[in-house]
Design a binder for this molecule. Structure first.
Ligand SMILES: [Zn+2]
Length: 171
């Protein structure tokens, strides 16, 4: 889980890479506004790539939980999160939102946390729950070959692929 700590509401001298002229937390702001403030852009590091959720904290309290759909590169090696703001009833929301941050605050706005909840099933259908990433190690191959098998042999799969996607051109 990514823990993002945002600052208090403040104006920016010029629009930033996400087109914002203000950023930070303000009492009473809507969840859409908070999402726009918190989603980036940040120096996230490699670990961010497989994370399923982000928690947004301000003043050591979790203010929002976001299910990460993807990370998009912005400028200078920074990234912004694209995802869905969670609502009450979602286990990650219920566990963390409006409660103290699960990790102590530091100077760094980005921290990571091994949460016991919010795990997602492996994309191959084996049922294994993963704290991060779409597949357990090697299970991307399983998922791929399940799809091949649905078409037939590897030969038949390649013919089918070329017919659907256009002939494969090696670059
Ligand atoms: Zn699997």
């Amino acid at each position: 889980m990514i823990i993002i700590t945002i600052q208090h509401d403040h104006a920016l001298d010029q629009p930033d890479e996400l087109g914002r002229t203000r950023t930070g937390y303000r009492e009473g702001m809507g969840s859409g506004e908070l999402y726009e403030v918190a989603r980036g852009s940040w120096k996230l590091g490699e670990r961010a790539a497989g994370e399923h959720y982000a928690l947004i904290t301000f003043d050591n309290l979790v203010r929002q939980a976001v299910e990460i759909r993807r990370l998009v590169a912005t400028v200078n090696g920074r990234s912004a999160i694209e995802g869905n703001v969670l609502n009450p009833g979602h286990p990650v929301y219920d566990e963390y939102v409006n409660k103290p941050s699960p990790v102590p605050s530091t100077q760094n706005p980005i921290r990571y946390f091994d949460s016991p909840i919010g795990h997602k099933p492996c994309g191959c259908g084996c049922g294994q729950l993963l704290a991060s990433g779409r597949f357990a190690a090697g299970h991307d191959q399983t998922a791929l070959h399940q799809r091949v098998k649905q078409i037939g042999t590897v030969d038949e799969f390649l013919d089918w692929f070329d017919a659907v996607a256009g002939p494969f051109v090696k670059d």
